[in-house]
Design a protein around this ligand. Structure first.
Ligand code: BGP
Length: 479
């Protein structure tokens, strides 16, 4: 097989709210994720306005990376990680988002994590905002609908950059920013849920507020990118898109056009703004057709144009189909639902497995933007069992990852400039969509269960040694 280029960033990905725990330790404030209870595949998790004694909030302890980071990073180093993607919890640095000065304890924690990575030659890749906006900002101004969030965000960005830009080269502004183009984005992404309590899939959607919030995120991101470029020229700033690959269900031109429109609004809109620096024509038409009026202030367009990103990153788990036929069967998926593809199998959570779709997607992205690309999430959420020999034989996970790496290598042969690959949840962590622990992605098993119990002990799965070999051979040996 293909060897990846010299310096290819093999690693793994996580997010603060899904694995750190210590949700109220050392001055940390509650984030939107800290207000979410657990759920299941069939029963949606809730967001509550206050913490309810009789409910379980999985982010509060999660897998307690906060107190296990040395042990965990050592295991990542043993696998040979070149990079480790994690996020900084905004609320560790600014507990409500609105403070004037940063919380030193929060900065210290991330400094320790960064130093621990560097000790092993692991390059940190940091997401600045990964479904972790301060809950206080949701209460104050309906999350990102409030323009003032742009200023609070800059304060946060300056604080972490002034402290860490000398040590960390790769940064992403907003995780899966395109979640804001879909109703599911209201809770974790745009935070447009002021006063709401209930299941996260029952939020009353107001597309006008949601797209206004998204506009504020674009401006906040571009302002941050521009400022960082001016102050820390060695730092590279990336976007992050939840890539929802959509195929036309049939060759009926109606289906083809509908699939194209879906790809435009759900996938391309955000990266067109962040990579090219302006809203594309199809977005303006979509806003007009849907009575969405974005309130822009003088200077917004200039900021978008001046704060374009250096590299493009995305998550890729699955694909689905689009059709004008309303009778076709739906499938579950990441953030949105689509139609079942008769050629594909699905995970236990209904996400359709499509390795070739990754090659297709990489080519589409590269053709469109011609800037370095990185796959910063990919993986199989599955139930793992500890076997009688005390091990976890996760051949299904190896199979999923192998097939995706193979297609990634095909894409490189096609000419795509691929920087790296960080499979999701390299250590088991809380599921973003359901709050479950049972939906595991890791190379490392964590003894933590859906009812909140578990010793938190770590064990290597079979995939641990397999991935170690993949990295050692720079992608040449994936068998
Ligand atoms: C992405 C998120 C992650 C992550 C992943 C897997 O959308 O960026 O935070 O959790 O999906 O999803 P889930 O945890 O729902 O299986």
């Amino acid at each position: 097989m293909t060897r990846m280029k010299e310096g290819f960033l093999w690693g793994g990905a996580t997010a603060a709210n899904q694995f750190e725990g210590a949700w109220d330790v050392d001055g940390k404030g509650p984030s939107v994720s800290d207000m979410c209870t657990n759920g299941t595949h069939t029963e949606a998790k809730w967001i509550t306005k206050t913490i309810k004694e009789d409910r379980l909030y999985p982010s509060h302890e999660a897998i307690d990376f906060y107190h296990h980071y040395k042990e965990d990073i050592k295991l990542f180093a043993e696998m040979g990680f070149k990079t480790f993607r994690f996020s900084i919890a905004w609320t560790r640095i600014f507990p409500t988002g609105m403070e004037e000065t940063a919380n030193e304890k929060g900065l210290e924690f991330y400094e320790n994590v960064i130093d621990e990575c560097l000790k092993y030659g692991i390059e940190p890749l940091i997401t600045i905002s990964h479904y972790e906006m301060p809950y206080a900002l949701i209460e104050r101004c309906n999350g990102w609908e409030g323009r003032e969030c742009i200023e609070y965000f800059q304060r946060y960005v300056h604080a972490i950059m002034d402290r860490f830009a000398g040590k960390v080269k790769y940064w992403l502004t907003f995780n899966e920013i395109n979640a804001g183009t879909m109703p599911m984005g209201n809770v974790l992404s745009t935070g447009t849920v002021q006063g709401y309590e209930g299941p996260i899939n029952k939020v009353k959607d107001d597309p006008r507020a949601r797209f206004q919030a998204l506009h504020h995120q674009f401006v906040a991101s571009a302002e941050a990118v521009k400022w960082v470029h001016e102050h820390y020229p060695n730092v590279l700033m990336g976007n992050m898109i939840c890539f929802l690959t959509s195929y036309p269900y049939s060759c009926n031109p109606e289906d083809v056009l509908k699939a194209q429109q879906q790809m435009q609004i759900c996938n391309w809109l955000c990266s067109d703004v962040m990579v090219r620096g302006y809203y594309p024509g199809y977005a303006k038409r979509y806003f007009k057709d849907n009575n969405i009026e974005i309130k822009m202030e003088a200077g917004d367009e200039e900021i978008l144009a001046e704060g374009t990103v250096d590299f493009y990153t995305f998550s890729y788990y699955m694909s689905s189909c689009v059709s004008t036929d309303p009778t076709l069967e739906q499938t579950d998926g990441n953030i949105s639902v689509g139609l079942k593809n008769p050629y594909l199998e699905a995970s236990d959570w209904g996400w359709q497995i499509d390795p070739k779709g990754l090659r297709y997607t990489l080519n589409e992205i590269w053709d469109r933007y011609q800037i370095p690309v990185m796959v910063v999430e990919n993986g199989l959420g599955a139930r793992d069992e500890i076997a009688e020999d005390g091990k976890i034989h996760d051949s299904y996970r190896i199979d999923y990852l192998r097939k995706h790496i193979k297609e990634m290598e095909e894409a490189v042969e096609d000419g795509v400039d691929l920087m790296g690959y960080t499979p999701w949840g390299c250590i088991d962590l809380v599921s973003a969509s359901t709050g479950e622990m049972a939906k595991r992605y890791g190379f490392i098993y964590v003894e933590k269960y859906d009812d909140g119990t578990g010793s938190l002990a770590r064990r290597k799965k079979d995939s641990f040694d397999w991935y170690k070999k993949v990295i050692e051979t720079n992608g040449e040996d994936i068998d």
